[in-house]
Design a protein around this ligand. Sequence first.
Ligand code: NAD
Length: 496
Amino acid sequence: MVEKVRNFINGKWVNAAEGRMLKSINPADTTDTVGIIPRSGQKDIDMAVTAARNAYNKWRLTPAPGRGEIILKAAELLCKRKQELGGLVTREMGKVLPEGLGDVQEAIDMAYYMGSEGRRLAGETVPSELANKDCKSVRVPIGVFALITPWNFPLAIPAWKIFPALVSGNTVVFKPSSYTPVCATKLVEILVEAGIPDGVLNLVHGTGDGIGEYLATHPKIDGVSFTGSTSVGEKLSRICSAFDKEISCEMGGKNAIIVMDDGKLELAVEGAIWGGFGTTGQRCTAASRIIVHEAVYNKFLSMFTKAASKLRLGNGLLKTTDVGPVINDSQMEKVLDYIEIGKKERARLVIGGKAYKKGPCAKGYFIEPTIFAGVTPKMRIAQEEIFGPVVSVMKAKNLEDAIRIVNDVKYGLSSAIYTQDVNNSAIAERDLDTGLVYINASTIGAEIQLPFGGTKKSGLGHREAGGKGGAIDMFTKWKVIYRDYSGRLQKAQIDK
Ligand code: NAD
């Protein structure tokens, strides 16, 4: 079935002003068109921003528990439709069905968490130094937000942004990736069914260069939350700071697993397989570097290669598939280019290295799970984000050396260490310069009740998700209120 999706502006499903269209294609079978979407332009963005602006005051004044209840209702609807939506994520983005369902589950978890925030959104009351005077800090919304999202978590990442933005009292213009527009549309449909008022949430489909930048820099947009590549995030953040706009960016990664000589190798291999080839290596937290203590390097490499050779490529909807396709032709070309770069850099190609075109896979964007050994820290394949099923295995002399290699990249999203030594784990926890650190677990698998994000070129501004320093900080600002009920002029005590 081909879905004809539309923009959602001011409570109505509408076509783009200029009537141009784009296609969303199943990456496992490019003959399968998932959706036809409007290729929107600046006029559509103008209408959506105006609608969000007009709806802002009423939504801001809607009691936060009431805003939260709409999101909790959306959580229930997501639960009811989990199987259908999980299948859609797999069809439109390519990840295997259990991961497609996981994508929906993250949206559900975030909806319950952020819906409940409507009854918290706590500030602070502290004593005044003067009699008959109150002092408190309260969270207030920022205004109209542009939310710009990638394709690799087509439901979860939009949910991670839309729910906290709305519960905090902001209104939203949402521009999802043009590669996963149908998933994005379903999420908006669910919020509409849950009762989101007209104008509060607006959806505009289109390309990044076509409307993304125009939206982010629109004079009536107060804040931007972006997830995607570092190059686009940095560009947007430069432009937004020139316009004095709030912006937070979650960007690329070059995540690493350290395997120590005292680590459980079977567990480390499972973590490397899951981290390196899960979601076809297309997670921002994917483990694209495995840094192994020299004493266990050969043994680990042979176990890892054996496990990778058993992975079955195919359509993610089939139970027999372990690894799905990459998202599109340009990503396929980029990954294959990096494999050539790795060979030229004289890394040793141990397994994989080619496009995979057997049987039905000939119709999709499949690449063999690829492992390079003998990779050294300065090689491009060890430094740059590839975002595909390509893992570099590197040797370290000791823990200090391993940590230095992990940190010696421009990114800082996620890292992991496999060790049974409590001292090693404590040092790694202290010295790994990444936003997320896993001990005896892979680089992927963040939980939504904790803040999510990276250091260096992986993250700018506020973190996502729950907990202290999470998304509620991104979508609110602090206001401090002093109330004097003494009925006379009281001056701060300056002569103490
Ligand atoms: P991308 O940067 O190409 O696109 C992301 C979004 O930005 C899309 O909606 C796109 O249309 C839009 N966009 C593109 N150019 C734009 C421009 N000039 N102005 C405004 N918007 C623009 O990234 P992608 O290929 O969709 O996603 C893959 C990247 O996302 C990887 O680098 C990955 O690491 C990163 N990512 C990061 C996280 C995280 O939390 N750190 C999570 C998922 C993905």
